[in-house]
Design a protein around this ligand. Structure first.
Ligand code: NAD
Length: 440
């Protein structure tokens, strides 16, 4: 099938390459010419494990091309996937839909024939209906463009795997034809037994924000428990292990620590709250404000722990932050908790160095005031305090004995509760973590 994928960022680039990989004829579209040039040359503009291979294969097959022209996209696609960003509006909790609207406005007047426009971006419930009316007003007479929503659940770091073998596919459609078209697009996944949920657009739009709200709530729940553990001298990791054995609860997403960030969860729960208020049901999701607040508080609690670890004043203290990205296996630093903490330490006068295996270039761009490097030993040289804030597997493989010879003071804050504390303590380190009592 002839598909276009409009917006080739973390979501769209992966979607475009994977759709070509399963046999479709794909045109990727973006307004960012640098990104389009890179992708067309087979260079991924960001770090995503496995994407290089799929991109190279797709380009070599001749089934994947890139352009900056929406006019060309209109002529190419039977199905147009919309994958542009939906960030938080400045000065508001709501989603900024200007990029989605710009795609529709740019595409609709050039549509040569009836087609299906499929949104994948995360949007407020009701967007499909709004865009349907918008396209109808702009498309040439006689051209019918149906809009459907097919929210995306991929995780950065596993994006290729999640796209080729998703947990489930959810489509929100208003006609049988649209459903049949999407079944055809995803035929290889359906044949492999991936659950396919076909519903109305509002339900499909809501599935995505509800899923992210649930995940965010689970993380903030365990972080709230960590605060109680700190006050009571209890251990949140043991608590989470014990809770997790209950199959109704499950252990995943119960890792207490610095909390969530990134380009999705924080802005998605805020946009959901804003949309629920517009719909007159703000009270139903008011708990999400608490989820957000608990999450933000972990950043302040981590800074407080750092301050306390150096004796109460961070001014002039050499601090090293391990991790800049919002999660491991990605170079994405959008709303990164690790960088937020690093920046706060810097504001308190600490001499901060940040290490990240893949994200240091993006971190430098986002926070020019911080010294970021991808060399671990350089970053740790002379440190009086180490903070482990992004769970890269490399950090679990670090030898604490060797590292203790590089730093000035062997003091570690494990902001992710992911390192082997016993091993670090045996190597002479003082180890602190949220929700964990100091050893007797
Ligand atoms: P991103 O910022 O990486 O990518 C967005 C891309 O859209 C950019 O390359 C930008 O240049 C392009 N763009 C903006 N306006 C355009 C226009 N008018 N025409 C063509 N291209 C345009 O964002 P992302 O992380 O890929 O997220 C995109 C959407 O997918 C968001 O709604 C997000 O919430 C959702 N989502 C993201 C993920 C994820 O893990 N990143 C997962 C699921 C859903």
């Amino acid at each position: 099938m002839r598909l276009t994928v409009i917006g080739t960022g973390y979501l769209g680039a992966v979607h475009a390459a994977c759709m070509a990989d399963i046999g479709h004829d794909v045109l990727g579209v973006d307004v960012d010419t640098e990104k389009i040039d890179a992708l067309a040359e087979g260079r991924t503009p960001f770090y995503e494990p496995g994407l290089d291979d799929v991109l190279t294969r797709a380009l070599a097959s001749g089934r994947l091309r890139f352009t900056t022209s929406l006019r060309e996209a209109a002529a190419h696609g039977e199905v147009h996937f919309v994958c542009v960003g939906t960030p938080q509006q400045a000065g508001s909790q709501a989603a900024d839909l200007r990029y989605v609207d710009a795609v529709v406005d740019g595409l609709a007047p050039h549509l040569p024939a009836s087609c299906l426009v499929v949104g994948k971006s995360t949007v407020p419930v009701g967007t499909t209906g709004r865009l349907t009316a918008r396209i109808a007003g702009l498309a040439p007479a006689g051209v019918r463009a149906e809009v459907a929503w097919n929210p995306e659940f991929l995780r950065e770091g596993f994006a290729v795997e999640d796209t080729l073998r998703p947990d489930r596919l959810v489509v929100g459609v208003t006609s049988r034809e649209a459903d049949a078209t999407l079944r055809q697009v995803y035929a290889p996944m359906l044949e492999a037994g991936v659950p396919y949920i076909s519903t109305d657009p509002s339900t499909a739009e809501l599935v995505k924000v509800a899923a992210n709200s649930f995940l965010a709530t689970k993380i903030s729940f365990i972080n709230a428990m960590a605060e109680v553990c700190d006050a009571a001298g209890a251990d949140v990791v043991t608590l989470a292990d014990a809770l997790g054995h209950d199959t109704r609860i499950g252990r995943r997403f119960l890792n207490a620590g610095l909390g969530f960030g990134g380009g999705c969860l924080p802005k998605d729960i805020r946009a959901f709250t804003a949309r629920a208020q517009e719909l007159g049901v703000g009270a139903a999701v008011a708990f999400l404000d608490q989820v957000d607040e608990i999450n933000q508080r972990q950043r302040a609690r981590t800074v407080a722990l750092a301050r306390q670890a150096v004796g109460g004043d961070l001014t002039g203290r050499r601090v090293t932050v391990l991790g800049a990205t919002f999660k491991p296996n990605s170079d994405d630093v959008r709303d990164s908790p690790a960088l937020a903490v690093a920046a706060a330490l810097h504001r308190e006068g600490a001499d901060v160095r940040v290490h990240d295996p893949e994200g240091s270039a993006n971190a430098r761009r986002a926070h020019p005031e911080l010294r970021c490097t991808d060399d671990l030993l350089t970053a740790c040289q002379g440190a009086e305090l180490l903070l482990h804030l992004t769970e890269w597997s490399q950090y679990r493989e670090v030898d604490p004995v060797k590292l203790s010879r590089v730093v000035r003071e062997p003091v570690l804050i494990d902001g992710r509760n992911a390192l082997a504390h016993e091993e670090w303590r045996a190597a002479g380190w003082t180890v602190e973590a949220l929700g964990r009592p100091a050893p007797a």
